[in-house]
Ligand binder design. Structure first.
Ligand code: IPE
Ligand code: IPE
Ligand code: MG
Length: 246
């Protein structure tokens, strides 16, 4: 299927419909200031709000933020507890505001690992905002691309076993409906802050044809100017999807 032409943004250049960000560098931001890592994560939560508003103003449809990877459980109980309470705080104080701003909020990842009460809070948030028609914010929590793909394969195998689908009917399209991102467009642009150049298990299937931008800013310092510069970099790229150069 030929890719849809990109919509033009306010600046007259193509705007990605789906931006996904690996928000990295909170710990280094804190260390540079002699602060505990949690101070970096708190400052990172403010950057999330700046990023969200910039995305909405630019006309982005989907913003996926990598907030906690399936490997981040290795960080030890103290940092995990700090991150979990920050998430709880963010949900308690920000969701009402985002709902008023017509933002739809979804979560991907093995969120059950955070415990039943947080899962209920996440489900309440999804239900509350499900009818909103503005930006869709997807928070990746305890998310890992390999676990997601393995989970999709498992559910598909169960469907075959139960006679609901023939093995010969398993196409890329069908497979993607078993992923946590079912129904969402693939990310047009994947951004990582902090100067690291890796995916760290983020959206492995979905990133097949994404554009990548690596920024040297630490996540807590991320602001609207970084958002607009990554959009400019994106607009200068030529996406070919395997076809001939245009
Ligand atoms: C990203 O910042 C936030 C999470 C992974 C939760 P880091 O905590 O990874 O910060 P650095 O990479 O140590 O600077
Ligand atoms: C990736 O950052 C995960 C998130 C930003 C949530 P990490 O800091 O955990 O990644 P690595 O360990 O440097 O690859
Ligand atoms: Mg990091």
């Amino acid at each position: 299927m030929a890719p849809k032409p990109l919509p033009e943004g306010k600046g007259g250049f193509p705007v990605p419909s789906h931006v996904a960000i690996i928000m990295d560098g909170n710990g280094r931001w804190a260390a540079m200031r002699g602060l505990p890592r949690i101070a970096g994560h708190r400052a990172g939560a403010d950057a999330v709000s700046r990023c969200l508003h910039a995305a909405r103003d630019a006309g982005v449809d989907y913003l996926t933020l990598y907030a906690f990877s399936s490997e981040n459980w290795r960080r030890g109980p103290a940092e995990v507890a700090d991150l979990t309470s920050l998430l709880r705080y963010y949900l308690r104080y920000k969701v009402a505001e985002l709902h008023r701003e017509n933002v739809r909020i979804c979560f991907i990842g093995e969120t059950e690992r955070f415990g039943q009460d947080l899962v209920e809070e996440l489900e309440r948030t999804e239900r509350l905002t499900a009818g909103n028609t503005g930006l869709t914010l997807v928070l990746a929590l305890s998310y890992g691309g390999r676990a997601e793909i393995a989970g999709a394969a498992r559910r598909l195998a169960e469907a075959v076993r139960d006679g609901k689908i023939e093995p010969s009917a398993v196409t890329e399209d069908v497979f993607s409906r078993y992923l946590l991102t079912a129904g969402m467009p693939d990310p047009d642009l994947i951004v990582r802050t902090s100067g690291e150049h890796r995916l760290s298990n983020f959206l492995l299937w979905q990133s097949a044809y994404s554009e990548f931008v690596f920024l040297d800013v630490l996540w807590p310092d991320f602001d609207e100017s970084h958002f607009s510069s990554m959009l400019k970099i994106y607009a200068s790229r030529e996406r070919r999807f395997g076809g001939r150069p245009g």
